[in-house]
Design a protein around this ligand. Structure first.
Ligand code: MG
Length: 262
């Protein structure tokens, strides 16, 4: 029986600005039943407070402490591999705050030799100069870490360049592939289990995307639950080689299933 859940955000609890109707009551039910959960998102741009505020506005009761972004996962991962090193970040508030709160000294990258780690996330105000500094630092020997590999960012305008596209540009320029922290990497799963004290065998990862959520669960050794409320369609799931442990069409069905399991 599962005791803890790692739950995706976009496509699982909401779609952009649109609430998925049964999601707030699902989380409330988990809480009432004594299950543990954490929200696991690849989005590196927002701080946990900003994510919690959006969820609150939509009718969820979730605290900032229950939210784990790819930026937080990156900061945790850095502690294990690059403790105390000087970091040149390409990213927004969510990344900068996570690195600062973890105690890292951030450098402006003007001198490539000064940079020990380049961390790239989504930066919607990126400039050629920012990317140039990242590329020069990587060429000078800095480690290269990407918060997540999402190539496209779904928006009201359509699919815009994602964090993975910016990391890809640095990768093409330098010939160095980044260590990717976010889903589908097992790193974010391991960091989340560690941070929240969840046990691998008692945890289930829930999400709408076969190629990120479900693959991350598989890579991290967790059972997986695919929801058809977002990116992946039932048709795609049936023909894919990536097989989730479970699949459901709504969180209401998931709740009914968990109740039957007792
Ligand atoms: Mg999703």
């Amino acid at each position: 029986m599962y005791k803890s859940f790692l739950i995706d955000l976009d496509g699982t609890l909401y779609r952009g600005e649109e609430l998925i109707q049964d999601a707030p009551s699902f989380l409330a039910w988990l809480r009432d039943e004594g299950f543990s959960f954490a929200i696991l998102t690849n989005n590196s741009t927002r701080t946990p407070q900003q994510v919690a505020e959006k969820l609150l506005r939509m009718g969820f009761y979730v605290t900032a402490e229950e939210i784990f972004t790819s930026s937080l996962a990156t900061a945790e991962y850095l502690k294990t591999k690059h403790a105390g090193k000087r970091i040149y970040p390409i990213g927004e508030e969510g990344l900068i705050e996570a690195l600062q709160k973890a105690g890292y000294s951030l450098v402006d990258g003007e001198n490539p030799q000064d940079v020990e780690v380049v961390v790239s996330g989504l930066d919607r105000e990126v400039t050629y100069e920012k990317l140039a500094r990242g590329a020069l630092a990587i060429r000078a020997g800095a480690a290269f870490i990407a918060t997540n590999g999402d190539k496209a960012l779904p928006t009201e305008r359509g699919f815009l360049p994602g964090a993975g596209s910016l990391a890809g540009l640095l990768s093409i320029t330098t010939g160095v592939d980044p260590t990717v922290v976010g889903k589908p990497s097992k790193i974010i799963v391991e960091m989340a289990l560690n941070r929240f004290g969840f046990k691998q065998k008692e945890s289930l990862i829930i999400g709408d995307n076969l190629h990120t959520d479900i693959l991350a669960g598989k890579n991290g050794g967790l059972d997986t639950l695919l929801l058809f409320t977002g990116v992946t369609t039932q048709e795609e799931a049936e023909t894919s080689t990536i097989r989730p442990t479970y699949s459901f069409s709504s969180l209401t069905e998931v709740r009914q299933w968990l109740m039957r399991k007792g």
